[in-house]
Design a protein around this ligand. Structure first.
Ligand code: ATP
Ligand code: MG
Length: 412
């Protein structure tokens, strides 16, 4: 892909309204464009990363037997009245009225819709368990949208719902999903902790949060020095220095919640009449689990943990491109043509971004630092002799490589 066509509108100056590094990078690097507070366009660079995060999530969930569907964002009030949340959800729910004065909301989460989707079909124990997920934009009228994609009013979430005939089956699936979450966050190269949590607006009786550890996190995690106990401070109220339930000493750390998994039990199935006929012919409410993961927030969390002084290095699997070919000479020169040639060759094997812009080397390298691709192939002074430079940003090494050898170079 030619950078001149990629629409990566980087900024020269530091955006004034960004307080944290990941937010500064998003704006300065041309990843997103704010529409109004808490609502963003994902520009091509960010969207490439988001699609890759989504693919990792899909792969890990499909592997354990989950199926993807897509529910409506526009939800009728009636289902929310059935669950009791129309009255309870409060101001975060984006409510609207159609031309016939019928009330709706824009989904902040989808327990109501999914329950109505399965209740006519999951009528027998023979049809359970089920595990259904979607990746979709969610809407929440947050009191204080901030830190870019971290707390948006429209944001991308993966939400999974599971349906079971008994608690033991729910427990088994809960552990499978928990492991899938671990695999996903490991593949994203994140440093995180899993903590016991309150269930908040979604409800249910047991839940855990996946917290990416970083100083700008809005949540405080109380963890034990033994490493065997961790909980959201909201839940445990333990003071720093106190004795932890496992005998260790309590310490505090800041975290960003990127995932939340719940055992819902019958919180929705009972009021909404989602029941099944069991082996013994008795009618019972279906037992449910629900599992959220904030995809746009994950992008921020990865950026927050993978930048050094605003210089980005994306983890391999989700980098927007594999190789950044940078032409130091202007279009129309022989060296530029060599660079263009290289782009075409490398693109047969890799995802390549080719900086073909008529900009100075300084501007190109500054932008490359924000774009965060591990390998840079710099086509400059010795190109006519058949020599280019390969910079490995991760290892911080630069070597001269002959163009003939480049297609066999060990780009990891
Ligand atoms: P928070 O405490 O941060 O408001 P929550 O408990 O309301 O989160 P859930 O309802 O569990 O969040 O939603 C599932 C996931 O969606 C969260 O773990 C988080 O990653 C993401 N998420 C929630 N609210 C937002 C938001 N306003 N902007 C971006 N991502 C969000
Ligand atoms: Mg919230």
């Amino acid at each position: 892909m030619k950078q001149s066509l990629a629409f990566i509108p980087t900024l020269r100056d530091m955006p004034k309204d960004a307080e944290i590094n990941s937010h500064k990078i998003l704006l300065k690097g041309g990843y997103v464009k704010q529409h109004v507070a808490g609502v963003y366009t994902y520009l091509p660079l960010a969207y490439r990363v988001i699609k890759k995060i989504e693919d990792i999530i899909r792969e890990e969930l499909d592997k354990i037997g989950c199926s993807e569907l897509l529910m409506p964002a526009l939800q009728a009030k009636e289902a929310w009245v059935e669950s009791g949340r129309w009255a309870n959800y409060g101001k975060e729910l984006m409510r609207l009225t159609d031309r016939h004065d019928r009330e709706f909301c824009l989904g902040p989460t989808h327990e109501e819709v999914i329950t109505t989707v399965v209740r006519d079909s999951a009528t027998s124990y023979k049809k359970l368990p089920l595990a259904l997920y979607q990746i979709q934009s969610k809407f929440r009228d947050e009191f204080r949208p901030r830190f870019g994609l971290m707390r948006g009013r429209e944001f991308i979430m993966k939400d999974l719902y599971t349906f079971h005939t008994n608690e033991a089956d729910l427990d088994e699936w809960y552990l499978k999903v928990r492991q899938a979450y671990i695999n996903i966050l490991d593949r994203l190269n994140l440093h995180y902790g899993i903590v016991s949590a309150c269930s908040g607006q979604i409800g249910g009786n047991s839940s855990e949060e996946f917290m990416v550890l970083c100083d700008i996190g809005e949540d405080t995690i109380a963890y034990s020095t033994t490493g065997k106990y961790a909980a959201n401070l909201e839940l445990c109220g333990l003071e720093e220095g106190a004795t932890a339930p496992d005998g260790g000493t309590i310490k505090y750390a800041k975290g960003i919640e990127v995932g939340h998994i719940f055992k819902l039990g019958t919180k929705y199935s009972e009021p909404m009449g989602l029941s099944f006929v069991d082996v013994d012919s008795s009618k019972k409410p279906v037992i449910m689990g629900c599992y959220g993961m904030g995809i746009s927030r994950l992008l921020m969390a990865v950026l927050e943990q993978n930048n050094n002084d605003l210089k980005v290095l994306w983890p391999t699997e989700i980098a927007p491109f594999k190789i950044h070919v940078i032409a130091l000479d202007k279009p129309g020169t022989t060296n530029f043509e060599i660079a263009e040639d290289l782009q075409n060759k490398l693109e047969q094997k890799y995802e390549v971004l080719f900086d073909d812009r008529a900009e100075s080397a300084g501007v190109k390298f500054n932008d490359a630092d924000l774009i965060g691709i591990r390998y840079r192939v710099i086509v400059g002074r010795r190109a006519a002799e058949g020599i280019v430079e390969v910079k490995d940003v991760k290892e911080n090494t630069t070597e001269e490589v002959s163009i003939a050898d480049l297609t066999n170079y060990h780009f990891e």
